[in-house]
Design a protein around this ligand. Structure first.
Ligand SMILES: NC(=O)c1ccc[n+]([C@@H]2O[C@H](COP(=O)([O-])OP(=O)(O)OC[C@H]3O[C@@H](n4cnc5c(N)ncnc54)[C@H](O)[C@@H]3O)[C@@H](O)[C@H]2O)c1
Length: 258
């Protein structure tokens, strides 16, 4: 790194809130942000997982704190976010990563299943933005929001994703609208679209078995790892990306080429 770009990828002294950081992609994002100097708030409903992740980060010499929150619960989100702002000040970065990705057969999806998936994957991220952005605006130094959607919004990958795809398309629309309304505050909003990432959530997803021609499509660069997705999040989070908003990066092992 030369003197000209020194600090451009450095997040020292900046607070990052990462949802779903007790597992999988979120845990990878939390680790990479912490290694880049950020104080990372590990937000998840899995309390034991949050405690373990915070302990691991602190043991590695990083700054980290816990936020136990159910992203399907509006009151819990508001309470947890105001406690975090009180403790750490306004965050520089919010990563809306938490998500549920169970599959349901297209013609059997119940309203309750649809609502559960959309509550966590779309409404939750909006509520996190609504709860945290006022403090970011009040501080007046800009900020970053990165939403983790899915490359299912570009092309279906597996069967059974009707609720999931709708929720992730909503999240992409939330990114676009928030980017438009927050640009005057120098808060950028970008989206990462993972596809085929080796995580506990992907391995344990319930639903119909892959079937039909689509199930034979494989990412030519292989299954991604959480840190592959984290690298794209880190890029959007850094001062280096200050002129980039309303953009998206797919981290999907080249799936679009299949
Ligand atoms: N793994 C993939 O192949 C893949 C592909 C595309 C997109 N994604 C997206 O990446 C994100 C992370 O997925 P992952 O594969 O790491 O899954 P994961 O299941 O391993 O991790 C998800 C985390 O979100 C948390 N979470 C779920 N519901 C919550 C709620 N209501 N409140 C708070 N926390 C909650 C879980 O406790 C878990 O720690 C998700 O949004 C997912 O849709 C994953």
């Amino acid at each position: 790194m030369t003197a000209n770009n020194a600090g451009w990828t450095d997040l020292a002294g900046r607070v990052a809130i990462v949802t779903g950081a007790a597992s999988g992609i979120g845990a990878g994002i939390a680790e990479l942000l912490a290694e880049s100097g950020a104080t990372v708030i590990v937000a998840d409903r899995n309390e034991a997982g949050v405690r373990a992740q915070v302990a691991q980060l602190v043991e590695a010499g990083h700054a980290a704190d816990a936020m136990i929150v159910d992203l399907a619960d509006e009151t819990a989100i508001e309470r947890a976010c105001s406690a975090a702002v009180e403790r750490h000040g306004a965050p520089w970065l919010l990563v809306n990563n938490a998500g549920v990705h169970d599959r349901q057969p297209l013609l059997e999806v119940t309203v309750a299943e649809w609502e559960r998936v959309n509550a966590v994957n779309a409404l939750g991220p909006f509520l996190m933005i609504r709860a945290l952005v006022p403090s970011m605006i009040a501080r007046g130094e800009g900020g970053r929001i990165v939403n983790v959607a899915s490359n299912v919004v570009l092309a279906p990958m597996v069967v059974g994703h009707i609720s999931y795809a709708a929720s992730k398309a909503a999240l992409r629309a939330i990114s676009q609208t928030a980017a438009f309304e927050l640009v005057e505050h120098r808060i950028t909003v970008n989206t990462v679209l993972p596809g085929g990432v080796d995580t506990p959530g992907a391995r344990g997803a319930q639903g119909p078995a892959p079937a039909g021609p689509a199930s034979s499509r494989r990412p030519p660069l292989g299954l991604s790892q959480p840190r592959d997705v984290a690298a794209a999040v880190l890029f959007f989070a850094t001062p280096a990306a200050r002129a980039i908003t309303n953009q998206q990066i797919a981290v999907d092992g080249g799936f679009s080429l299949t």
